[in-house]
Design a protein around this ligand. Structure first.
Ligand code: IPE
Ligand code: IPE
Ligand code: MG
Length: 273
């Protein structure tokens, strides 16, 4: 059946699997850890939900809903691998311009997913945080997010950072504005403005730059994600739509990352010694 009205779509059917980790998967993960470095921070542009749904004759929200299963699987796998930060681009500043029905559906899905998943995140010692203009979200969403953030505040195993109403240009703009105020108040001089000072005013000030950025659905663009922070991130782009992106492909992305030489502007000889 082709749903045309999002209001008819029952989000209560959102059930997430609670599979036990298989011994094969444990083996794959330990091999990955032996073969090279596990990225400290992985950031993901989760794209292709709409096309995934359309290819099945369904509405876009069906794809977003299926995408939640991938979020869960990738979050679990990253925590098991010892990734310290996982940042997920869930809603961009530009996504506010989508049809009202889709935006509302996404907000409902976010609230529902937080209700279903927060306890499990907490049981797994995962800390939830967000970056973006949360104040633009409906109060119900903000409350649900605040509760999840508060509950998981002291967790140590992994940081799961949701980019919500986020864009890189917005982030840089708000940082520049704060610095301009400090100059105006005479707290700093224009000459004091450095790479580090700008970094310290970004919403990611407490988060290391991403080592690996994954984009699904085959688009070769950044779409206003972490513009400042990705200066030296390794990029991995796959044609797989987000709802089909599961841990085995994450392992492929990490394997690709492990084969690369990160030179940070230096020569190969310099970084290999
Ligand atoms: C990504 O999937 C999810 C969000 C941007 C919220 P899309 O909804 O962009 O799916 P496509 O790119 O249209 O297939
Ligand atoms: C990027 O996907 C934003 C998120 C994944 C949240 P989009 O689907 O919005 O990006 P464009 O429009 O194809 O660049
Ligand atoms: Mg898209």
């Amino acid at each position: 059946m082709l749903y045309t009205n999002y209001a008819e779509y029952n989000l209560d059917t959102l059930t997430l699997t609670n599979k036990k980790q298989t011994s094969d998967d444990r083996l794959l993960q330990s091999r990955l850890g032996e073969e090279g470095r596990i990225p400290r921070h992985i950031a993901v542009i989760m794209d292709g939900n709409g096309r995934w749904a359309k290819s099945r004759g369904n509405i876009r929200l069906f794809g977003h809903k299926a995408g939640v299963d991938s979020v869960r699987d990738i979050t679990e796998a990253c925590a098991q691998l010892g990734v310290e930060y996982l940042t997920l681009y869930a809603f961009s500043t530009e996504n506010w311009g989508r049809p009202m029905d889709e935006v509302t559906g996404l907000m409902q899905l976010l609230v529902q997913s937080l209700r279903n998943e927060t306890r499990k995140l907490n049981d797994n010692d995962i800390r939830l945080l967000t970056i973006g203009q949360l104040e633009r979200f409906p109060e119900s969403c903000q409350r649900e997010l605040r509760e999840a953030i508060d509950l998981t505040r002291d967790n140590k195993r992994m940081n799961l950072c949701l980019a919500l109403s986020y864009s890189g240009r917005w982030d840089i703009t708000q940082a520049v504005r704060k610095l301009a105020v400090q100059v105006k108040q005479g707290k700093i001089n224009p000459e004091d403005i450095s790479d580090d000072l700008i970094t310290s005013e970004l919403v990611t000030a407490d988060i290391p730059d991403p080592d690996l950025i994954i984009r699904t659905s085959g688009e070769f663009r950044i779409s206003n994600f972490l513009l400042w922070q990705l200066a030296y991130s390794e990029l991995y782009i796959t044609n797989t739509y987000w709802p089909d992106f599961r841990r085995n492909e994450l392992y492929e992305a990490i394997r690709s990352y492990q084969k690369r030489e990160r030179r940070f502007g230096k020569t190969s000889e310099q970084v290999s010694t």
